[in-house]
Design a protein around this ligand. Structure first.
Ligand code: NAD
Ligand code: IPM
Ligand code: MN
Length: 367
């Protein structure tokens, strides 16, 4: 298989974790005789510095001409005072929008070996396995009108939470399809007791659910969902929600896994998928080789699953991660450990594990 992958490391720890994800993809290519071409391009603060834009035209064009995009993170304290389209984050939002990536899949599962790494009790998190399907191109992030306006001495700012039925329907279908292959349950999260945008959301989700009689649908208000995520996460299978609620709930759901550094994501819906860890540029730990690269590496596995249909390869990466973690190796964010290792060492171990497992498989088939 031939794949052209645009690699956008971005800011802060983005470069450190993306480098490990690329190594893992190179290992898969070597083991399975694929041809993966990686084209590295700037995004975020590094792109502002080099090209005076958080998403230069050449970066966008390269992404649109690729099979998939692997992104690290954007955001830099140096450029935090920038406004509007010059913000690092605006570059990422434009990229998502131009790729047509309306559905953002954010899996959050508690690995058995990490059940004691969460600040929540083992009996609460062990066995939790949630897929958040976050709407990515609507709601407050993109709704018009939006502005900051001056009225004499005073100023006023507003954003608009806006959804069309078509926007809700297409992301709802992604959630119901995913539920069919998992636990068969969708929890649609909204604020329909207050917001019209949520009332339309709920009505539309109910309409879509008629096409999926095998999937159980429930509704939960976002405030109640925030509590249930940390008190009874095992009640969830697929969570379907709008853009801002999904942003907030996914960082919260990371607590089940032990660290935000564990969470991966796939943004799909357009021709080219976008794969990025859920965490940001983590300026507080950047440049120290201590960031957890597993979110980025798992995002690379999702890339193989959704943009290349290489399900077996995706699984082998996920199994390598589980295997290394069950041997006790931890990056610092997962807590103190006798086998505390850095970003690149975690990458080394996952790559080694992939190669060893393949050797075992080959010798098994040879017998
Ligand atoms: P953050 O996700 O960067 O960091 C939150 C906390 O989690 C920090 O304590 C950080 O050290 C820790 N953390 C994050 N990733 C980690 C990893 N891989 N390993 C270990 N620890 C990790 O969120 P923030 O500090 O609120 O934001 C920093 C910048 O990142 C901002 O500019 C923000 O806009 C941006 N951001 C970008 C993305 C993205 O590119 N997708 C996502 C979130 C935030
Ligand atoms: C995320 C991030 C982004 C978002 C920011 C950086 C624009 O927080 O991917 O979760 O809000 O979607
Ligand atoms: Mn976020």
């Amino acid at each position: 298989m031939k794949l052209k992958i645009a690699v956008l490391p971005g800011d802060g720890v983005g470069g450190e974790v993306t480098a490990q994800a690329v190594r893992v993809l190179e290992t898969i290519a070597k083991l399975e005789n694929h041809e993966f071409e990686f084209v590295e391009m700037p995004v975020g603060g590094v792109a502002i510095k080099a090209k005076n834009s958080p998403l230069p035209d050449e970066t966008l064009e390269t992404c649109l001409a690729s099979d998939a995009v692997l992104l690290g993170a954007v955001g830099s304290p140096e450029y935090d005072h920038f406004k509007g389209e010059m913000r690092c984050e605006a570059g990422l939002l434009k990229l998502r929008s131009r790729l047509g990536a309306f559905a953002n899949l954010r899996p959050s599962a508690c690995y058995e070996s990490l059940a004691d790494c969460s600040p929540l009790k083992r009996e609460i998190v062990a066995g939790a396995d949630i897929l958040i399907v976050r709407e990515l191109l609507g709601g407050l992030y993109f709704g018009e009108p939006r502005a900051i306006e001056a009225f004499g001495e005073s100023r006023e700012a507003y954003n608009t939470m806006r959804y069309t039925t078509a926007e809700v329907e297409r992301v709802a279908r992604v959630a119901f399809e995913a539920a069919k292959t998992r636990g068969g349950k969708v929890t649609s999260v909204d604020k329909a007791n207050v917001l019209e945008a949520s009332q339309l959301w709920r009505e539309t989700v109910i309409e879509v659910s008629r096409d999926y009689p095998e999937v159980r649908l429930e509704h939960l208000y976002v405030d109640a969902c925030a509590m249930a995520l940390v008190t009874n996460p095992k009640r969830f299978d697929v969570i379907l929600t709008e853009n801002l609620f999904g942003d907030i709930l996914s960082d919260e759901a990371a607590v089940l896994t032990g660290s935000l550094g564990m969470l991966a994501s796939a943004s799909i819906g357009g021709r080219v998928g976008l794969y990025e860890p859920v965490h940001g540029s983590a300026p507080d730990i950047a440049g120290k080789n201590i960031a957890n690269p597993i979110g980025a590496i798992s995002s690379a596995a999702m890339l193989l699953r959704y943009s290349a249909n290489l399900e077996q390869a995706a699984r082998s990466i996920e199994e390598a991660i589980v295997s290394v973690l069950s041997q006790g190796y931890r990056t610092k964010d997962l807590g103190a450990s006798e086998k505390s290792i850095g970003t690149s060492e975690m990458g080394d171990l996952i790559v080694e594990n992939l190669m060893e497992t393949r050797e075992v498989n080959y010798s098994y088939f040879a017998v």
